[in-house]
Design a protein around this ligand. Sequence first.
Ligand code: FE
Length: 353
Amino acid sequence: MRTPSFTVKYLNTLSCSLISLLLVSSQIVASQTHADQAEVNVYSARKEALIKPLLDKFTEKTGTKVNLVTSKGDALLTRLKAEGKNSPADVLITTDVGRLYRAKRAGVLQSVNIPEIESRIAAQYRDSEGFWYGLSLRSRVIVYAPERVKASELSSYTALANKHWHKRVCIRSSSNIYNQSLVASMIAHNGVAKTDTWLKQFVANFAQPPRGGDRDQIKAVVAGMCDVAVVNSYYLGAMLNSKDQKQVDIANKVKLFWPDQKGHGAHMNISGIAVTKAAKNKQQAIALITFLSSAQSQQWYGAVNNEYPVVSGVKISDTLKSWGTFKADTLAVEKLGDKNNEAVKAMDRAGWK
Ligand code: FE
């Protein structure tokens, strides 16, 4: 009776060892395949559809696999902070400079000085210490209803505070980082006191309490709720190129005006990219940034997002061509992050909801 039971036990032990052996070796095989294929892990605040095709092209060209995680900018920043040095992320992509600046301050990025990229991207569109780089440019512009407003009535952001525009202006809330960046640029150029005065009068000109996103401001102009709105240029571009004919029709009813052409130039912001401090695939991360700043990638990325390439000399889309050339503010975009706190406080003081 004892022998069979011993045999069963023995066989059980043997099969357990065999299974563990098989498991261990399969893990080794898996990790070898892992090591064989270079990869890079991307946290992106940019929607998948707007970045994935380009990441696929990078994989095609270099053989490096890209693992993409998309979420809201603030959520990704919180996650990077919580994960610390154990973060799997190698690269962070955001849709505004404010969050890149915050990520740098939070200590979750690292400086990478890449001469090849620095020669492609103008100094004002990247961090002065190499912690992040712009990938595309967007401007905050004025759109107006041509049947109620003549272009000759418009000039600068500052002028939108004049009595002429009383209850005629639409703009989204002060919690929106694009507005915070616009106000930060005014503080950088004109100081806090002048910006405070401007803000009070500007807020008094709002046609309605701020609500919705930039597209909603464009719709409000067309619906006659207001005569002018301040929005990022690519939202108008996206509506003009929408598959939804209603959006196209609305977008065609407004015109774009480049603000401040006799002053500092139109306010500029970036979407951008950075290497995380925890990056375990730093070389692949640098290769990806280099790829994304190449002329070919820049042309595709700009066209798909209705944005301007951050590298000069790259072809722009027909939509962007139709808006003509303009003078862009040359303020270093890192100043927008630097002045963000002051901007938020000033907007609060002015009662901008
Ligand atoms: Fe946006």
